[in-house]
Design a protein around this ligand. Structure first.
Ligand code: 5GP
Ligand code: ZN
Length: 141
């Protein structure tokens, strides 16, 4: 397990700072977010320090996300939420503040006012095709 000394989530993993831990396994930890957007807002993190999703080996990511069905089910049943948002920010441009991979589980109830719709755009003619082909080519490399 690799940790980073100044990372708050590594410090939670190693017990240097406290957290309300709801799930702990050999390689994963889930704890309540200190600044909840809703009751039960939880963060699921790998115990090893990976800054972003792209830094994580696929098998480690698979093990981590494997906890989501049971974890989200437990959070929903305890909070009485009727839905949840899964949010995973990568890079400061996307709002990532803590550089240790984490999934936000944000319980939702009808009319809670949190919102989530972003302003959708549209493609100029040919742009979607060009992007699609470029992404397909990048995936082949
Ligand atoms: P990000 O914007 O990086 O996706 O979200 C980081 C989240 O981590 C924020 O929602 C913030 O409230 C939470 N957070 C930051 N520091 C701590 C901490 O020390 N303990 C806990 N439990 N949550 C934290
Ligand atoms: Zn870390």
């Amino acid at each position: 397990m690799s940790t980073s000394p100044n990372c708050p989530f590594c410090r939670i993993v190693t017990g240097q700072i406290p957290a309300a831990v709801v799930l702990a396994t050999d390689d994963a930890l889930a704890f309540l977010d200190i600044g909840p957007l809703a009751d039960g807002h939880t963060l699921l993190v790998p115990k090893s320090h990976y800054p972003t999703l792209g830094d994580m080996p696929p098998d480690a990511l698979q093990r981590l996300t494997g906890h989501l069905p049971a974890l989200t089910g437990a959070i929903m049943s305890v909070t009485g939420a009727s839905g949840f948002n899964l949010l995973q920010n990568n890079g400061s441009a996307a709002g990532q503040v803590v550089d240790h991979v984490h999934f936000h589980i944000i319980p939702r109830t009808e009319g809670d006012g949190l919102g989530f719709r972003w302003n959708a755009g549209s493609y100029a003619p040919g742009r979607a095709d060009a992007l699609c082909q470029a992404i397909q080519a990048a995936l082949r490399h």
